[in-house]
Design a binder for this molecule. Structure first.
Ligand code: AMP
Ligand code: MG
Length: 403
């Protein structure tokens, strides 16, 4: 009896626990997921400051300034960014001020230097400014006590900057999961080396490591091992110590040399199932060491890749405490008819385009699970439900965008 995609994914997610949070320095926290809400201890800006290089004035003094009747004010001094002893001003006076410098007591507007003659003892001002002009008010960005980042936020560059701006040096995050990828197969050769008869270059470990990184994890390509039970088991056991999740490819179908299935069966909670899907029918999953999710994906490159998107990606999100949502999915109009086997969820490779005000999707040529060119030329997977066998041109279909 085959298991459905949904059942298999539900089992995976039921046994995938969030990684424990770590207290990390900001730059080590990048791409991690915040495990605490962060509130601002201060207002931002922390003090009223100038948005321009210019002159801090009383708006009332320059209310009538124009090209034909300029206003002349005495300059009492210079205020640079970082100055703490800002001079106060009163009617008839102004201070030269730089961007980011504190607005002096008494001033309520900034006249940009471009509207003046740039004078240092006296300045001639040719345009009026109203109160508040080019003043960045204390607290107008963030007020003290405000939550600036919620728990569950992925920390990109802007969020890291936000944390630094409120003075945080460290934060509690669920780090990017460390994903170890291992290919199995005695036919495999490292790219860059010559292949002999019957041999092929290992592509899965590269594609899966890159996919892990694309999904926000840290991918480590362990490389490949031959179809040797002892070597396969030893490699997986050795990696358990350093991995948050392990992915293998190959060796899980019905062949005589399906070593991954052979050596992992009965270990931890490992189970090997046939899933009602195409491509990707033979799948293995379980926890080893009581905590590390191990995905044993089929060897055909398209099967391995699709399996990653369907099963591993949501699990990586769950490890980071994020909702295990699938890749972004849109509804698109099929440009040509398609058929699909009854009882299997079919993931067809396709090209999604936005044309004439709607999404349209065209089947890629070459839907075999070994056809990497077709996969590499696609930007989406067309998801055909188990009970659908015929699709006509123009039918709406659900399309999973690929990263
Ligand atoms: P298996 O699942 O080990 O029976 O492999 C199924 C098919 O996928 C075979 O044609 C393998 O040669 C191919 N294959 C397995 N592993 C890889 C890999 N790492 N890179 C490219 N092709 C692979
Ligand atoms: Mg194999």
């Amino acid at each position: 009896m085959m298991k459905t995609v949904d059942e298999h994914l539900a089992d995976i997610l039921a046994s995938t626990q969030e990684l424990p949070p770590l207290d990390l320095a900001l730059l080590d926290a990048g791409n991690g997921v915040l495990a605490e809400p962060v509130t601002a201890p201060v207002d931002l800006p922390p003090f009223d400051n100038s948005a321009m290089d210019g002159y801090a004035v009383l708006a009332a003094d320059v209310a009538g300034a124009s090209d034909t009747s300029p206003v002349t004010l005495s300059v009492v001094g210079d205020i640079a960014a970082g100055d703490s002893d800002a001079h106060g001003i009163r009617a008839g006076l102004c201070a030269r001020i730089m961007t980011g410098a504190p607005v002096p007591a008494g001033a309520d507007a900034i006249v940009p230097v471009e509207w003046t003659d740039g004078g240092t003892a006296k300045v001639v001002i040719r345009r009026s400014a109203t109160a508040g002009h080019y003043v960045r008010r204390s607290g107008e960005d963030v007020t003290a006590g405000q939550t600036v980042l919620d728990a569950g936020t992925r920390l990109g560059a802007a969020q890291i900057g936000m944390l630094a701006a409120i003075g945080r040096a460290r934060v509690l995050v669920r780090p990017r999961p460390r994903v170890v990828v291992l290919s199995t197969g005695s036919e495999l050769v490292e790219p860059g080396r010559p292949v002999g008869p019957g041999q092929i270059w290992d592509s899965n470990s590269f594609a899966l490591t890159a996919a892990a990184t694309e999904a926000g994890a840290i991918g480590f390509r362990h490389g490949m091992v031959g179809d040797d039970p002892g070597q396969v088991l030893a490699t997986i056991e050795e990696q358990l110590g350093s991995a948050d999740l392990i992915i293998t490819s190959g060796g899980v179908s019905m062949g005589a040399r399906d070593v991954v299935k052979e050596v992992l069966s009965g270990l931890g909670t490992m189970r090997f199932d046939k899933i009602a899907m195409r491509p990707g029918k033979p799948q293995g999953f379980g926890l080893l060491d009581g905590r590390t999710p191990v995905f044993t994906l089929p060897g055909n490159p398209v099967s391995a890749y699709v399996s990653f998107q369907v099963f591993v990606r949501p699990a990586l999100r769950a490890l980071q405490g994020l909702p295990p949502e699938p890749a972004p999915t849109v509804v698109a109009r099929l440009t040509a008819p398609a058929t699909s086997p009854a009882g299997l969820r079919h993931y067809l490779r396709g090209v999604l385009e936005y044309r004439d005000g709607e999404y349209q999707v065209t089947l890629a040529e070459g839907q075999g699970s070994h056809q990497v060119f077709s996969l590499a030329s696609s930007n989406c997977l067309i998801v055909v439900a188990e009970d659908v066998t015929e699709l006509a041109a123009g039918d709406p279909v659900s399309v999973m965008r690929l990263p």
